[in-house]
Design a protein around this ligand. Structure first.
Ligand SMILES: [Zn+2]
Length: 153
């Protein structure tokens, strides 16, 4: 069962988007750095070996690519950041700073709001309709693009 660490301005509980989500425990201003997206640092080859991308299968990992050389796997030594869901209409952003990933607020957040950011996954392959179906989005936003893959490469 996930828990919420002291000091964090959000708590982890069930989300209608998927599984667990992070919810603001009080109002948070725009531009606040909330938490590092922590985890084991892998090369893309190590990440691929750990989580083979099987055709037609729904993708579900805690991988986050910093650049072409480093992938963070939050399933190993990760923290609460891994529970934050994707949304196509995000109120947070993942910011890469000095080879580390930070989740920051994009807008003012109200107490109780779910904290979400745009995963904007990029695949090595083209983002075909079939690829998008393997990375579906259920964020419910009016502007939902139906996939957590990035809009363009
Ligand atoms: Zn969406």
């Amino acid at each position: 069962m996930p828990h919420t660490a002291r000091d964090l301005p959000f708590e982890i509980r069930h989300s209608p988007i998927q599984g667990f989500g992070g919810y603001a425990t009080h109002a948070i201003a725009a531009g606040v750095r909330l938490i590092e997206y922590a985890g084991e640092r892998l090369t893309p080859a190590q990440a691929e070996a750990r989580y083979p991308d099987t055709d037609g299968e729904r993708h579900h990992t805690y991988l986050f690519a910093i650049d072409d050389a480093i992938v963070v796997d939050a399933a190993v030594n990760g923290n609460e950041a891994r529970f934050l869901n994707h949304s196509c209409a995000p109120n947070c952003d993942a910011v890469i700073d000095d080879d580390r990933i930070w989740i920051e607020t994009l807008h003012d957040i109200e107490a109780g709001e779910e904290l979400v950011y745009d995963y904007a996954y990029t695949l090595a392959e083209r983002h075909t309709p079939a690829a998008k179906r393997r990375y579906p989005c259920s964020c419910g936003a009016i502007t939902c693009r139906g996939t957590i893959l990035a809009k363009k490469r």
